[in-house]
Design a protein around this ligand. Structure first.
Ligand SMILES: Nc1ncnc2c1ncn2[C@@H]1O[C@H](COP(=O)(O)OP(=O)(O)OP(=O)(O)O)[C@@H](O)[C@H]1O
Ligand SMILES: [Mg+2]
Length: 324
């Protein structure tokens, strides 16, 4: 295997008038690795992926595949990349088999190799029984699975997937995730964009958190969880006076208010040592905080205390929930 990272992105940038859709991001994806680009709507995921796929010209920075500058030989490099776009790019009047034959042909597959690739892909994504039916008769999940098969038909060394599981049933989702894992296990580098935390947590070897075109944090799940500071995230809804509650909370150490308005408070607890009580038992800092808050004159409708998670990290970095 090559020592060079399969994908290397250096200070990549793209603007749309005043919007910095991608604002100078850098990251690497190695062979056999699933790298998750996690971010909310408008974060810049599709813009990044489109530049990596050669569908959109960057304003700045470079993209290297196996150490080779994409701009130097885009045609040759593109032949080794598989793209699974956010919008399905299938011909509705053709069958799955005909779509696969068409795409495989575009990638230069012919004869027995093309037929074998089509059979194998149909089997992988579980579409063999419907292979000859027109795509317009498929469910959304089936179209998504075909979309994935089209991106993989030529056995690419790198695959770029843009939110491939949005809006589909759990079975189709599991199939897609299985195929992605299998492809990576064979040494393919996978760039996987998503706004699902659970997907990034369960699927990806490394994760980059993208927001407003910037990479805010990056690492393995364990590394990212450490960045949360091993604290909890406490969300309180109800009715409060922001100044009053800030004064109350201000008495506690290792507590940071991430966002506060009259109806919702989001607080991060830090300082993990402080979590241990007198007998050395783990003491929830979130509960301690709650006891303090309850001592004030507030109406509390709901409280949730969450252990460290990617959502907690996103909150800490941006003051917003990724789940919204
Ligand atoms: N063709 C375009 N013209 C103008 N602005 C654009 C265009 N494409 C994207 N943008 C803007 O660039 C930013 C990033 O968009 P992008 O589609 O890359 O986000 P995304 O992370 O893929 O979001 P989503 O989760 O909704 O797919 C957004 O602010 C978007 O409005
Ligand atoms: Mg997108």
């Amino acid at each position: 295997m090559s020592q060079l990272p399969a994908i290397r992105v250096e200070r990549l940038a793209k603007r749309y008038d005043d919007i910095r859709a991608v604002d100078g991001i850098s990251f690497e994806v190695r062979q056999g690795e699933i790298y998750g680009l996690l971010g909310p709507n408008g974060a810049g995921k599709t813009t990044t992926l489109s530049m990596l796929a050669g569908l959109l010209r960057p304003d700045g920075g470079r993209i290297l595949y196996d150490g080779l500058d994409f701009a130097a030989d885009p045609k040759k490099i593109k032949a080794g990349i598989g793209v699974v776009p956010q919008e399905t790019a299938v011909y509705q009047d053709l069958s799955a088999l005909e779509n696969l034959r068409f795409w495989g042909g575009l990638y230069g597959l012919t004869g027995a190799r093309l037929s074998a690739a089509c059979t194998s892909m149909l089997d992988k994504v579980g579409l063999t029984p419907r292979a000859k039916d027109p795509v317009k008769t498929y469910s959304g999940g089936m179209k998504r699975r075909l979309n994935l098969a089209l991106g993989l038909i030529h056995d690419p060394k790198v695959i770029l997937l843009d939110e491939p599981t949005v809006g589909i049933d759990p079975q189709a989702r599991l199939n897609i995730l299985d195929v992605v894992r299998e492809v990576a296990a064979r040494g393919t580098a996978v760039l996987y964009t998503t706004h699902y935390l659970e997907e990034a947590e369960g699927l990806c070897n490394r994760i980059g958190i993208l927001d407003h075109g910037e990479l805010l944090a990056e690492g393995t799940l364990a590394e990212l969880e450490t960045m949360v500071g091993e604290g909890e995230v406490v969300t309180v809804t109800g009715r409060f006076d922001v100044d009053d509650i800030s004064m109350h909370i201000g008495r506690l150490e290792g507590i940071r208010v991430l966002s506060a308005d009259g109806q919702k408070l989001v607080i991060a607890t830090e300082a993990p040592e402080a979590l241990r009580g007198r007998e050395g038992q783990r003491r929830s800092r979130g509960l301690e905080l709650l006891e303090t808050v309850l001592g004030g004159d507030f109406q509390i409708d709901s409280v949730s205390i969450r252990p460290p998670s990617l959502n907690g990290l996103f909150l800490k970095l941006t003051g917003r929930e990724l789940r919204d």
